[in-house]
Ligand binder design. Structure first.
Ligand SMILES: *Cc1c(COP(=O)(O)O)cnc(C)c1O
Length: 375
């Protein structure tokens, strides 16, 4: 048996008729750019997320960049983000001449640590970017409180948690990505709502910000050939929108399938003393973009090697804190270190998780992990 980290083929086979028809329709109409499927998907997605505006764009990294441009952040402005995340989160901050201020995360839920954030504030701090890592929400209620108190914009990096629900203490439930000033997501094929190429989107409930985002994503154009600001060219292809339209109708079903897989892993792995199964955040549902274990006693790399020998794929997201990346040295003092981020980089390992539940495969993965730990 060939085990995959993400089984996109099995998923495609179940939606093939609809997806193929959607793609063929785009080709028949040669409506490759801004064809009808783009608007249709946008509206479907707005309804699904219960948000006023979705603005599709070319990929998740562009979404983050456009978000920061739309908030008029200026060179030298500081943006707080976790050090334990995908590079894109902080990369766009630096690209725009802003300063990424990398902070630590919580050891149990992997999200941005809020307790000691005040120490990072300066008169130049303008925004905070929580990342809903692995598929569950950061503590948005606390983040909003912090942001309001210090007059910061909140940009949610929701590339990994699309479909997840966050519940506020008053009982209000919101989809991740619709809680801050702007939410950003990615439709990279392996993401929970993935297309068949690159894609991304921004979401906001603010009419003015939405207008600005649309303008920036379209060459800063207010009306055709009249460019108000410098922008970029970032669009979602019609063919990708056609795929996403089909997959969006299954997103909740997909999240449930991922949860079923995660629950099965939990049930069979929780008893092994040298690993920690993922902790569920109190106020968020989990959509398990990744199923991520922590491995104690420095055995992570050895476990990964063992699994590879047994033809079981696994991934380490992420092996290096951002502040240890060469590209980010300009933002930190020599020897800068965040204890939880360091620890997680040496302990985390993500197992195959996707929408196609196959008990035989799961049992094999579980039995090999048990073999490795002799338990
Ligand atoms: C995937 C991802 C992105 C970037 O998305 P792309 O579509 O690949 O540009 C940004 N942030 C996080 C946390 C991601 O996982």
């Amino acid at each position: 048996m060939k085990i995959q980290m993400v089984d996109l083929k099995g998923q495609y086979e179940k939606i093939k008729t609809e997806v193929d028809a959607g793609i063929q329709d785009c080709i028949n109409n040669t409506a490759f750019i801004n064809g009808p499927a783009v608007k249709e998907f946008q509206q479907d997605f707005e309804k699904y997320l219960n948000v006023k505006h979705v603005i599709p764009c070319a990929n998740g990294t562009d979404a983050l960049q456009i978000a920061m441009m739309a908030l008029d952040l200026k060179p030298g402005d500081e943006v707080i983000c976790p050090a334990f995340t995908y590079v894109a989160t902080a990369e766009v901050i630096g690209l725009l001449g802003l300063v990424p201020v990398m902070v630590d995360v919580n050891e149990d839920t992997f999200d941005i640590q809020l307790d000691n954030l005040e120490q990072y504030l300066t008169p130049n701090t303008k925004a905070i970017v929580p990342v809903h890592l692995y598929g569950q929400s950061a503590d948005m209620e606390k983040i909003l409180e912090f942001a309001e108190k210090h007059n910061l914009f909140v940009i949610e990096d929701n590339a990994q948690a699309i479909g997840s629900d966050y519940t506020f203490s008053d009982g209000t439930v919101k989809k991740t990505g619709t809680i801050g000033h702007i939410g950003c997501t990615s439709f990279f094929p392996s993401k929970n709502l993935g297309c068949y190429g690159d894609g991304g989107a921004l979401m906001t409930n603010d009419d003015e910000i939405a207008l600005k985002i649309r303008m920036i994503a379209n060459h800063g154009q207010e009306k055709k050939y009249h460019h108000k600001v410098l922008g970029c060219n970032s669009r979602l292809d019609t063919i990708q929108a056609a795929v996403l339209k089909v997959k969006l109708t299954r997103l909740d079903e997909y999240s449930a399938a991922r949860n079923k897989m995660a629950d099965y892993y939990d049930e069979h792995l929780a008893g092994i003393s040298e690993i920690t199964v993922p902790e569920r955040a109190k106020n968020s549902t989990h959509v398990f973009h990744q199923y991520t274990l922590k491995v104690k006693n420095g055995k992570r790399n050895e476990l990964q090697k063992y699994l590879a020998e047994k033809n079981i794929p696994s991934m380490v997201y992420y092996p290096l804190p951002l502040y240890k990346q060469e590209a980010f040295q300009q933002y930190v003092e020599n020897g800068f270190s965040l204890p939880v981020t360091e620890k997680l980089c040496s302990e985390v390992i993500s197992l195959p998780v996707h929408t196609e539940f196959d008990q035989q495969v799961l049992d094999y993965i579980i039995s090999e992990i048990k073999n490795y730990f002799n338990s």
